[in-house]
Design a protein around this ligand. Sequence first.
Ligand code: DSN
Length: 422
Amino acid sequence: MNFRAIFETVDKEVYTALLGEEKRQTEGMELIASENYVSPSVLEVLGSVFTNKYAEGYPGKRYYGGQEFTDIVETLAIERAKKLFPGANFVNVQSHSGCPANEAVYSALLNLGDTVLGMDLSHGGHLSHGHPVTKMAKLYNFVRYKMKNIETGEIDYDALLQTAKETKPKIILAGFSAYPRELDYSKFKAIADEVGAITMMDMAHIAGLIAGKQLNNPFDFGFDIVTTTTHKTLRGPRGGMILCAKEEHAKAIDKMIFPGLQGGPHMHAIAGKAVAFGEALKPEFQVYAKNIIANAKAMADEFLKNGARLITGGTDNHMMLIDTVTSWGATGSEVETVLDKVHITLNKNAIADDPRGPMDPSGIRLGTPAMTTRGFMEAEFRTVAQFMMEAVKNRENDAKLAEIAKAVKELNMRFPVPGIEG
Ligand code: DSN
């Protein structure tokens, strides 16, 4: 049966939007550091009958009947995650995404008013690490650490220790959504041990690079808890996951996910996680992870060679942060807008201690996971950097922008998007 043809006749409006999005993704160059393209198998199971099933509880202990196949896929997701991240002795795959995963950990392990020590947002931390606008910041006391040197990305571990001694955090939280360097997990662990804190890492951005054995696994350094999304470098469906070394933490977190914060798990997403984790266990995923980093380094080199200022001076992972005001005399928002015109998608982003506001900050963030999935290698990423710099330089010249847009589209069309028929 041709489901697509049926869909077209039953809901023309959504069908037309779907075609539009497929065209946008095919013609466009996706440089948003947190996005990726899932495999056709993940897409297939996400649109499958698993979406029909309620499965409150956990495998073998559910509140509804008919769980013989949901139990299989959830158990597969858990066991595969344990293999991907050795040291994760207990895994919860039911969290709907990254923010809820972090919220579940705080809610399970903290009392109201307890302190968490996390990375400052403008130095790379995430909203869900206690930014004042969030609900979590009203319930718990979040204190901050920062980079010591913005030009190298070195974290100020001395200040981190000092703050930890002064504020006695219950959790010390590593992890970020805009930081291009590797963390020194052994230093986090030593500081946490000194003040009796739980160690937690939010690896959402780099989960695929850890699974692909290109970056360090926090469990190897004695970390207690790791949270993640499953759809960034890990290349699975949208979703979250919480991994624990110790049973006492895992038990409290499982109870907090269900029934504390969520009802029925999204079984189609959990089945998608199982498929994606199976893919990530294959040797070719390690090659993919290696290419992501090599491509990011090549792209960073191309920007640096041309005089751009990169926050931390380069990258060790999949992402770059560029100070566009200093580099090109354009705000992050202006750069995002002009690049949209040439089919290149990325996001404006605050840089460390940014004097500008969040809707028009001083920089951009970009990354290589999505286009590496499509097959771009270092040469293509260097070309992309050139396209970007050309477009920003000619931002008032519509004829030149049209020329660049055509070249970008031509390059993209040579690299198909998985799951979209050519
Ligand atoms: N929205 C994600 C990102 O872009 O980093 C984090 O939640």
